[in-house]
Design a protein around this ligand. Structure first.
Ligand code: NDP
Ligand code: MG
Length: 384
């Protein structure tokens, strides 16, 4: 039986991995919509290859180019933030939410409102909207499947168990490419060094987040919303080999872990086939070659991001949205060569100190907090 699918962020790293799985299982899928921000040529090529009904660019100024590349086909073209939401509202069996950043929030919410299945990669949207998003999931009876490898691992380790029996959920972190650097070396880190992840091949923003450990901070908040065991039962451990993707310890002393190669096609495949399994061509895990698995406590002196995220999670309300927005601004500034690597966490900390609005209760309120936090973080760049 073929299933319908829409992929938001189809031209990115998660989009590539998702489409690779669909390419090898073509007969079972009917692609409805694919989106990009402005990679019009690539988006059109994918839409043609997969016979999509519609292709959407988030940046409306890229729509003429998209139309040009799609001319002579029957594929619809659309552009702009509202078009992303309208297309996300078209019913499909599964939506893959893989836009990067809070830009993915509104389309993800529109997909959730359909009440089908949403495979969520776009962690920033859940961090920012938290309860607002989870309430919508509950209201519409949506199946929310985590794509993020750690959360996908936890989801698998929780299957058939009771959350009340969980003693700990442990998120593993590779520690990123700068794990062993001194503070002085961190300060001198270039964008190229920061995005050179040892285990995973990802988009630029999440690669910087992995280097600062904000990725793990965002994932801590993401886990808090997806698996409501309480903040005191969530912890982080550094595991440089990225073989164990996360663990759940139960009150009887059993710890369940999910292991796999560092290839996002594995967790994505588990969401596409859920609750069944599908084949992937991923290289099998070869533990004898890997030899050793090691573990370290996070160093929050050199990498304050996980502390800032934990504090924001405890503060609740708007704090995670402010943290996320400030981080997005700081990472973009770092990638543009405007601020140093170590300024990223400093900018986030200062923005959190400077802006503490009331808890947003609606999507629009979350977006307003996000916009104001971006403006304030932008002012902090001057001071960095
Ligand atoms: P990429 O940067 O590789 O891709 C991002 C995608 O989002 C592209 O399709 C891009 O389009 C689109 N996009 C960017 N900005 C906007 C915007 N303003 N409006 C609409 N679309 C936009 O990112 P990744 O694939 O690495 O990550 C995607 C999400 O998945 C992130 O939230 C990340 O944290 C999460 N994730 C990623 C993992 C990975 O291994 N890559 C692992 C776990 C989670 P265009 O090509 O036109 O710029
Ligand atoms: Mg992850």
């Amino acid at each position: 039986m073929t299933r319908t699918i829409s992929i938001f962020g189809a031209t990115g790293s998660i989009g590539d991995s998702t489409l690779d799985l669909i390419r090898s299982d073509r007969a079972n899928w009917n692609v409805v919509a694919l989106s990009a921000n402005c990679s019009a040529e690539k988006l059109a090529r994918l839409a043609i290859e997969f016979g999509a009904q519609i292709a959407v660019v988030g940046d409306e100024s890229c729509l003429p180019e998209l139309r040009e590349h799609l001319s002579g086909t029957s594929i619809e073209a659309a552009g702009g933030a509202q078009a992303l939401c309208d297309v996300a509202a078209r019913p499909v069996d599964i939506t893959v939410a893989a836009i990067v950043g809070c830009a993915g929030l509104a389309p993800t919410m529109a997909a959730i409102e359909q009440g089908n299945t949403v495979a969520l990669a776009n962690k920033e949207s859940l961090v920012s909207a938290g309860h607002v998003m989870m309430q919508l999931v509950e209201k519409h009876g949506t199946t929310l499947l985590p794509v993020d490898s750690e959360h996908n691992a936890i989801f698998q380790c929780l299957e058939g168990n009771n959350l009340d029996d969980v003693r700990w959920i442990t998120l593993t972190a590779s520690g990123g490419p700068l794990r062993t650097k001194t503070l002085a070396e961190l300060e001198a880190t270039t964008p190229a060094q920061a995005i050179a992840h040892p285990n995973w091949d990802m988009g630029a923003k999440i690669s910087v987040d992995s280097a600062t450990m904000f990725n793990k901070g965002l994932e801590f908040i993401e886990a808090f919303h997806l698996f409501p065991v309480g903040l005191d039962r969530l912890r982080i451990i550094v595991h440089p080999q990225s073989v164990i993707h996360s663990m759940v310890e139960y009150r009887d002393g059993s710890t369940l872990a999910q292991l796999g190669p560092s290839d996002m096609r594995v967790p994505i495949a588990s969401t596409l086939a859920y609750p069944a399994r599908m084949d992937t061509s991923c290289k099998p895990l070869d533990l004898a070659t890997i030899g050793e698995l090691t573990f370290f406590a996070p160093d929050e002196e050199r990498f304050p991001a996980t502390r800032l995220a934990r504090e924001a999670a405890h503060a609740g309300g708007a704090a995670p949205a402010v943290l996320n927005a400030a981080n997005e601004v700081a990472v973009a500034a770092f990638l543009a060569g405007q601020v140093k690597f170590t300024h990223i966490s400093a900018i986030v900390a200062r923005t959190l100190d400077n802006y503490a609005p009331p808890a947003p209760e609606t999507l629009d309120a979350v977006l307003a907090v996000d916009a104001e936090a971006r403006a304030r973080a932008g002012e902090m760049l001057e001071l960095a």
